[in-house]
Design a binder for this molecule. Structure first.
Ligand SMILES: Nc1ncnc2c1ncn2[C@@H]1O[C@H](COP(=O)(O)OP(=O)(O)O)[C@@H](O)[C@H]1O
Ligand SMILES: [Mg+2]
Length: 368
């Protein structure tokens, strides 16, 4: 690695409902990557889970400027990493070595990407990577587990209970009808229903009635057998970017999301251009900023994160601060909060990408 540029594998797409979001992020990371310093190799993970590597110079994406239609360009070579081969990438048809990766940036969101599965594969393949390892990724992905750990560590979170798909009911609809009353009594209306393992608001609903609960549970169970039912929190949505740098865990000044929809839904996030407004920095008093930053760092450490994360909060009208969730691989589109928060703190997008990659390479050196 001494005289040549490190080869950076950009892994994107994936099998989760956040495939398109991942492609948007990856496109921006590829554009911003400092090519004088790093050699990119783009690996697309199709919705089937297959990996393919596009020939250099050919387009990686179709419809790259349309967030709802962006897709992997067809025709890449089928590739795989093999255990114990130090990041070498083999062509499954010819057996030829296509590339040797020095580091991987898994820009993947949701299950099979952000949940420790890909991280385990990269570890076995002997290649360092950006972001949380197996444990941090898995814990951060599962909202029920993450909330249990946070609560045990004294980090304030919204009240919730777990609900699992019960096979003694014929369907999610039947289960929803049978259990609705209990949740209405415990949480009052409205309350939230979310799949435990998902992201980008996929399968998340705000419930105001029994009918809405039936639809909400059906949708949530479509993504996970475990869902959480949560107290509705009236408050502002505040986000804080965390970055490990020079052995320090840095928290950015917080930003605010103002959604124009009923809540910060998938549509508000990615489809409706005017769906949400990002206010950076958030207009908060100094005490609240301090609380948010310190809870962001604490959350990062309690949930065993590495490299980066975005911690999302609710700030209530009375000033109370609650952690909503952590994203161990936050969105990296041009308009995403994570890169924007660092940009405003004096770390431009390309430099942020270089920092993340060089930190992963350093960690690789320590471990090898
Ligand atoms: N308990 C809650 N109270 C109020 N709004 C909520 C609550 N939980 C989620 N939301 C809304 O739903 C959005 C998505 O939920 P979130 O838990 O962040 O899931 P995801 O991982 O899909 O982003 C949040 O950004 C917020 O707008
Ligand atoms: Mg969220």
């Amino acid at each position: 690695m001494k005289n040549k540029k490190p080869v950076v594998g950009i892994l994107a797409g994936g099998q989760s409902a956040e495939h398109e979001v991942s492609l948007q992020s990856a496109k921006n990371v590829l554009d911003a990557l400092d090519k004088a310093r790093y050699e990119p190799v783009f690996i697309g993970i199709q919705k089937t889970g297959r990996w393919s590597m596009q020939q250099r110079g050919l387009a990686q994406f179709l419809h790259e400027d349309d967030p709802s239609r962006i897709a992997l360009a067809p025709g890449g070579a089928p590739v795989t990493l093999a255990p114990g081969r130090g990041g070498r990438l083999f062509n499954l048809e010819t057996g030829r070595e296509e590339a040797s990766l020095d580091v991987v940036f898994p820009i993947l969101h949701g299950p099979f990407g952000e949940d420790g599965t890909v991280q385990g594969l990269l570890k076995l393949a002997g290649v360092p990577f950006v972001g949380a390892g197996v444990l941090g990724s898995a814990v951060g992905m599962d909202k029920a587990i993450a909330k249990q750990l946070l609560r045990a560590a004294g980090v304030p979170v919204a009240g919730w209970v777990e609900l699992r798909a019960d096979p003694s009911y014929k369907s999610a609809v039947e289960q929803a009808r049978a259990v609705y009353k209990i949740y209405e009594e415990v949480f009052g209306l409205p309350f939230f229903v979310k799949p435990a393992n998902m992201g980008s608001s996929v399968g998340v609903s705000k419930v105001h009635s029994k009918t809405e609960f039936v639809t909400a549970l059906k949708q949530a169970f479509a993504f996970d057998q475990k869902v959480i039912i949560e107290d509705y929190i009236e408050g502002r949505e505040i986000e804080c970017a965390v970055l490990e740098w020079n052995n320090k865990v840095l928290a950015s000044p917080p930003g605010e999301i103002r959604s124009r929809h009923e809540f910060y839904s998938y549509e508000a996030k990615y489809l409706d251009e005017k769906g949400a407004e990002l206010l950076i920095p958030a207009a908060l008093d100094q005490d609240t900023v301090r609380t948010v930053k310190s809870l962001a760092r604490k959350t990062f450490s309690v949930l065993c994160c590495e490299g980066l994360a975005r911690v999302d909060f609710f700030v209530r009208p009375d000033g109370g601060v609650l952690v909503n969730e952590i994203n161990t691989m936050p969105g990296f589109t041009r308009i995403s909060m994570y890169p924007k928060l660092w940009e405003r703190s004096g770390v431009p997008y390309p430099r942020l990408i270089s920092r993340l990659i060089s930190r992963a390479l350093e960690r690789g050196d320590i471990l090898s």
